[in-house]
Design a protein around this ligand. Structure first.
Ligand SMILES: [Mn+2]
Length: 329
């Protein structure tokens, strides 16, 4: 059984490198720190790295200060590399990928349907709401002590990946795991406040501007919003402050697919997709070289903002026609 093999690696390994994806989210950070703090409690040497700086929103998470930039780690070697919440090893960034390839054992723990099983050992469970949930289940099975600090990290992984238990991936299983984590002392009220009630005024100004770009397709099934680079400059916001904006188009009555276009440069646009009930946006994003989950996915498309909007919307409309055809037969 794979979970047993993972447990064995956690018990027998000595020098661990823990890594997750570019643009780290709550599941990435919570999983890294939840597992990292546990392995440290077990007396292991643990190095935790992130290819991009972890958003300040997560700075309240216990162990936050342990996260290192990969550039500082070149002289180190590790026997076990653990990749969390990544569909492929490339998602960890070039520098980290190099470090991981030198590990004797590469462990892949994830819940994305598009995972490529790149590890020597792959624990990929697409029914899990979050990678943090998988980590919790392994730790629980191992019977290792789970401190309130560890519980808070794993709880935040589940809360953020389920959109506070609102997204379709919310299951009885993830509620049970969240309940166990609360029982272990996860600081849920503090986490809620620091995650959702610490918005900057400038991010609200950005929202105000972006809402003016909100558009809906003629049939009312697709809604989208854009974040032109100049809005970021005018408001002084970073791209990480766009994280939840895609929920606004999606939240409109009758809309099935919500899309957010974030202009990264003159020739590059990050696209986020969300769907409500039947469109598999993972496949839609994959047609542009991206991926994710059935109800939440993304991709990066090269071209001007207008050009990318046009291409992606055309593909979405076609995709919806196919999806509707498939559900009505
Ligand atoms: Mn995740």
């Amino acid at each position: 059984m794979i979970k047993r093999d993972v447990e064995n690696i956690f018990r027998k390994g000595n020098n661990f490198l823990l890594a997750s994806h570019l643009n780290p989210d709550g599941d990435a950070v919570g999983s890294l720190l939840g597992l990292g703090l546990t392995l440290r409690e077990l007396g292991k040497n643990v190095t935790i790295t992130s290819p991009h700086p972890v958003p300040r929103t997560f700075s309240f998470l216990p162990g936050y200060e342990l996260i290192q930039e990969p550039g500082n780690l070149n002289s180190l070697t590790f026997d076990v590399g653990v990749v969390l919440d990544c569909t492929e090893v490339e998602r960890t960034g070039k520098e980290t990928e190099g470090l991981l390839k030198n590990c004797n054992t590469l462990l892949n723990i994830d819940h994305h349907v598009s995972n490529t099983n790149f590890g020597n050992l792959n624990l990929v469970d697409t029914d899990a709401a979050a990678t943090g949930e998988l980590i919790f289940e392994i730790l629980e099975e191992m019977g290792v002590p789970i401190t309130p600090e560890i519980a808070t990290n794993l709880y935040v992984a589940i809360v953020t990946d389920t959109g506070s238990f609102q997204h379709q991936n919310t299951t009885a299983r993830c509620h049970r795991n969240a309940a166990s984590l609360l029982g272990l002392g996860a600081a849920h009220a503090r986490a809620y406040q620091l995650l959702y009630e610490e918005r900057s005024l400038k991010s609200m100004r950005l929202l105000e501007k972006c809402l003016r770009t909100l558009s809906v397709s003629e049939d009312g099934l697709v809604a989208w919003m854009a974040v032109p680079q100049k809005y970021l400059i005018e408001t002084g916001c970073g791209i990480e402050e766009c994280e939840d904006l895609v929920n606004y188009p999606k939240s409109i009555s009758g809309v099935e697919v919500g899309i957010l276009f974030k202009q990264v440069s003159n020739n590059e646009v990050k696209v986020s997709f969300r769907s409500k009930s039947y469109v598999d946006v993972n496949s839609l994003a994959a047609s542009f070289g991206g991926g994710g989950h059935e109800r939440a996915a993304g991709c990066t498309v090269h071209g001007t903002l207008k050009d990318v909007e046009r291409r992606v919307l055309a593909a979405t409309v076609n995709f919806l026609l196919d999806a509707k055809g498939a559900t009505s037969t």
